[in-house]
Design a protein around this ligand. Structure first.
Ligand code: ADP
Ligand code: MG
Length: 355
């Protein structure tokens, strides 16, 4: 039983980045305005995510790390319109299977007191002791993949690269969640290195300037596109209520002015989102969108790449995040049509004279 649990858990939490992603999404779902991420020994020893969200009520402790326990989805019908980042109730359960999970949590009713909770590998909760804690939750994941020797070895060997991937994802969350303060640090051999620090701000521009150089800001345009994407017939048939033959998508964010290229280095400053949910870096689907944007940009500024932050705002039934256990794959209906329409509108955005 336990080993089966460990194997299936390994499909939800596949690496350091997905572990961090699940913890940060939970903090955001809890309404946090401040999220502190601490990597110990680049995450190899532990990852801690501390938030000031609503905390977890005592009545929920028992269930939270059990498989498919979620407080976020009341019924199956909610799935199409899910607003929270999590909804499958698999992350904590999986983390128990692949690491040692513990928490401190406190709610408005209990603050300034909280309780430490530890969990068995099967997800059973063991309340420990009362401690001082303001409202919020700190989740600690120790020795990721400790019982999966091959994965563990990979993690240890590639610790720096894995940390880099996790930090890139945190940059994405920090950009798109402008109202939330983020801080990430790595503690190695007693030395603390701050890796990312933002303050809750009101604009994407400000958030961008916390993460990247403020000197870049004047060279960025506010991206604001409205694109109409014809819906493919096959998709129409599957969506019972699809009365419209097209979907309207807003694309909002920032993009380099065509006159100011950023060479190849801009590649690590390209962030794409669907309704505030980051596309995973280096994933095929994300790359197709990036490729479309880069192609258009290059037609105005040869051999240069833009910085880009783009959130695709679309109806929940126009995409599907529920296709893989780790929610990495976001499936866009009518993707070909979307990319074509995107290219056209982006060209027009850069050159309004264009018909
Ligand atoms: P999901 O996010 O899909 O609901 P998870 O396994 O990630 O499933 O979390 C299980 C439940 O634990 C959540 O539904 C939520 O009620 C609770 N939870 C987890 N992390 C936090 C947090 N940081 N603050 C408050 N509640 C949390
Ligand atoms: Mg979750």
């Amino acid at each position: 039983r336990t080993s089966v649990h460990r194997l299936t858990s390994g499909q939800v939490v596949v690496d350091l980045q997905t572990a961090v992603k699940e913890l940060v999404e939970n903090a955001l779902d809890a309404g946090a305005t401040s999220v502190d991420i601490t990597f110990r020994d680049s995450g190899v020893e532990a990852i801690e995510v501390k938030d000031n969200g609503k905390g977890i009520d005592e009545g929920d402790w028992e269930g939270i790390a059990l498989k498919h326990h979620t407080s976020k989805l009341a019924s199956f019908a909610d799935l199409a319109a899910v607003q929270t980042l999590g909804f499958r109730g698999e992350a904590l359960s999986s983390l128990c299977g692949v690491a040692t999970l513990s928490m401190v949590t406190s709610t408005a009713a209990t603050a300034p007191k909280g309780t430490t909770l530890s969990f068995t590998s099967a997800g059973a909760c063991v309340p420990q002791k009362k401690v001082a804690r303001e409202r919020g939750t700190t989740v600690k994941v120790e020795r990721l993949f400790e019982h999966l020797p091959v994965r563990r070895k990979e993690l240890v060997k590639n610790a720096q690269r894995e940390l880099g991937k996790a930090l890139a994802l945190l940059q994405a969350y920090a950009l798109v969640n402008t109202g939330v303060r983020f801080e990430a640090r790595n503690v190695t051999k007693g030395k603390t290195l701050v890796q990312l620090k933002t303050t809750a701000s009101t604009s994407l521009r400000t958030a961008f300037s916390y993460i990247f150089s403020p000197k870049d800001l004047p060279s960025l345009l506010d991206l604001d596109l409205t694109i109409e994407v014809p819906t493919e017939k096959s998709v129409m048939k599957r969506l019972e209520d699809a009365a419209d033959e097209s979907t309207v998508i807003h694309v909002k964010g920032l993009i380099s002015k065509p006159s100011t290229g950023h060479g190849r280095t801009a590649g690590n400053r390209q962030f794409f989102f669907i309704n505030g949910r980051p596309f995973q870096p280096a994933k095929a689907r994300r790359l197709r969108v990036a490729k479309a944007v880069n192609e258009v940009y290059k037609s105005f500024n040869a051999n240069q790449f833009p910085c880009v932050v783009a959130d695709f705002q679309l109806a929940p039934d126009a995409y599907d995040v529920n296709v893989s256990p780790d929610k990495r794959t976001i499936f866009l209906h009518s993707e070909g049509n979307l990319l074509a329409a995107l290219k056209q509108e982006l060209s027009r955005f850069f050159d309004p004279q264009q018909a």
